[in-house]
Structures are given as C-alpha cells and as structure tokens.
Write a protein that binds this ligand. Structure first.
Ligand code: MN
Length: 241
C-alpha cells in the first residue's frame, strides 16, 4: 500500500482524524480492504495467527499473510486493471495458461498470481498440530514414491536445502496423475507446468527468517507436524481419483 492510499484509507475510516493507534486487527483490515480493489480477494487465515505456535510463530504468520500475501493480491489486481476479460478468470485459469495473458503483464501475473495462489493453498495445508494421516490411496502413493515416512521427510528436506534462492518445494500430481516432488523458483506455480500442487513449502526467507534466521532445515522440520493431511487427502482424491 502506498503512503497516499494508506492515508486515504485511514481518512475514509475516520481513523486518521481520531489519531487511532494502528492495532494488528486494523492493519489487517486495511490490508484486506486494499487488496479488495479488483476481482481477487485476500481471504483471512483459516485459523488464528498464533494457532501454529510453537512451530510457526504468530508474528511471522501475521506479516506473511497480512503484508506479503496481501501485496501479491493487490499487485495481481493492479496488473489486471486494464484487462476486463482477464478479470473474469480465476487465478487457477490464469496460471494454467499464461500464454493467453498479454506479454506486457505476463510476468506480473506469473509472479503475483502465483504468489496469491501459492499462499492461499499454503494456509489451507497447515493446521494446528494433532491430526492424523495420511491414509488410504494417498498413503499408498506416498509409499511408492518415498518408501516410508522418515525417508519421505528426508527427501523433502534435501529438496528444500538444495533449492538456491527463493522458491517453493512442491508435492504435486503431474499430468500423468503421478505423485512428484519438485522445486520451482520464485512464485512459479506447478499449475503453469501442467501439474497440480497438493502441498508446498514456502522457502522465501520472509517465511522463516524472523524465527529461524538462516536455519532453513529447522523451519522445514517445524513444517512437518503442521501438515493438514485430511485436506491434502481430499485434494488428492479429487484430482487423482
Ligand atoms: Mn511467502
């Protein structure tokens, strides 16, 4: 949000004249309001920001969702501002066929559309610790890809540690409906290369630096107990089934 639009947003809600102190919830409401100018919206986190403690800390979750994710939504809407036909498409439709996006805004849609889609999925694939899974056909598919759970986590961690720079590691279903582990740079979405992501881990430093600093491995290990296997299982059965 620019300083001007922030002032305008404050003014319009009467907060500026009231000298209102910017609490977290007000900041969040402003971020959502700013992102709302356009077809794409920032949905609230599906749980409280502190729900994933002690693995993922509340402050990182707040900044990650309210600032970083919000900015992807705002910038996607901005990129589409002059393209009413493209505004009718879902973010999935845009990312699945970036060639139908004019060259002038293709990189912006790839980066910010990818950022919006990837983060929306990311929040949904996390949950406070305690659930079970995976089970059924997903457990079988994971077994044939990785062997056992320990080996799966080891391979996932290795993939995360060898990704250079910013990007994500994904567990996806490829075009032949096979489970694959893949790493992609920046906010590139598996959708743009013909696969469908089941779950991914954000390896941008903004996702972990506040709590873990340079200890990327500790961040990856903190992610494992948070994986929402019920959600991923439903997704797997819908896509592969
Ligand atoms: Mn992120």
């Amino acid at each position: 949000m620019t300083l001007l639009s922030r002032r305008q947003a404050l003014k319009s809600t009467g907060l500026l004249s009231a000298g209102f102190f910017l609490s977290t919830s007000v900041t969040r409401a402003l971020a959502q309001a700013a992102a709302a100018t356009g077809p794409h919206k920032l949905e609230p986190l599906p749980y409280a920001a502190n729900a994933l403690e002690p693995h993922f800390d509340a402050r990182t979750m707040e900044i990650h969702h309210d600032k970083h994710h919000a900015a992807y939504v705002t910038n996607l809407n901005k990129a589409l501002a002059d393209y009413p036909d493209l505004q009718k498409l879902s973010v999935e439709e845009l990312l699945k066929d970036l060639n139908k996006v004019p060259e002038k805004i293709r990189t912006a849609v790839r980066n910010h559309g990818g950022g919006h889609y990837n983060h929306t999925l990311f929040w949904q694939t996390l949950r406070p610790e305690g659930g079970s899974g995976p089970e059924g056909p997903l457990a079988e598919a994971l077994g044939s890809l990785f062997g056992d759970k320990e080996e799966g986590q080891k391979l996932f961690l290795e993939k995360c540690l060898t990704l250079f720079g910013s990007g994500w590691v994904w567990l996806s279903i490829d075009s032949s409906k096979k489970l694959v582990l893949e790493s992609l740079p920046n906010q590139d979405s598996p959708l743009s290369k013909g696969s469908t992501p089941l779950v991914g881990l954000d390896l941008w430093e903004h996702a972990y630096y506040l709590k873990f600093q340079n200890r990327r491995a500790d961040y990856v290990k903190a992610f494992f107990p948070l994986i929402n296997w019920e959600f991923i299982q439903q997704r797997f059965e819908k896509i592969a089934g």
